[in-house]
Design a protein around this ligand. Sequence first.
Ligand code: HPA
Length: 252
Amino acid sequence: MSDEIVLAVIGGTGIYSLGDLTDVTTELPVTPYGDPSGAVRIGRLGEGGPRIAFMARHGEGHSVPPHMINYRANLAALQAVGAKRVLALNTVGGITERFGPGVLGCPNDLIDYTWGRISTISEEPGSEVIHVDFGEPYDGALRSAVLTAAGETGVPIVDGGVYGATQGPRLETRAEIARMKRDGCDLVGMTGMPEAAIARELGLEYACLAIVANWAAGAGPVEDEIITMEEIVAVVQSTTANVGKLLHRLVM
Ligand code: HPA
């Protein structure tokens, strides 16, 4: 049995643990960027399966809002325990037709609308200035592996799409979503950035598995629908079996 960590998973809203981890150990690495959202849980996926690491992005009790997450510390903590590949699970709203509630997507591009977040590892005075290539923000090999795992397990997934990262923690106005649609966004979430950019700076292979929880404001068939947190969590939880199947195949 290899001790290598084959994958790190960052859980988003509605995903605070990976149910079937065995031989679990807990680490709280000290990072140069401060404290992560919580502990890194390391365990085997399935009895005797490969080792994976898990972190809840918002903390295990969903106590850290999107704009307060220490994205640098979270990724550095996963890297410190030995992770090289990171699959980010992001709960999102769907903007375009292909991305209705319950759909899984693997976006291939993003637009960053966030502001005021620490978005680089070269923030501190005296640190090296780095300009990483970000033309393709998600790792192509990891995206392919995710899509292959989905295909092999019969889990429906949409290949590609543009993730628009908003500041939150409030949801968007209908006009904001209409603008994002004109910009080319298919999905909207609050945590995709700066996480993806920092992962690139740290040299981590990083991709996003987006879980569509709701139609974004004004994007669905019911124009004045109110989006509730209960609805978001319930839809995310309804995808758990498919996400689990996909993850198992991805790491086997
Ligand atoms: N907007 C932003 N973030 C989200 C949404 C949304 O509609 N749904 C889940 N996360």
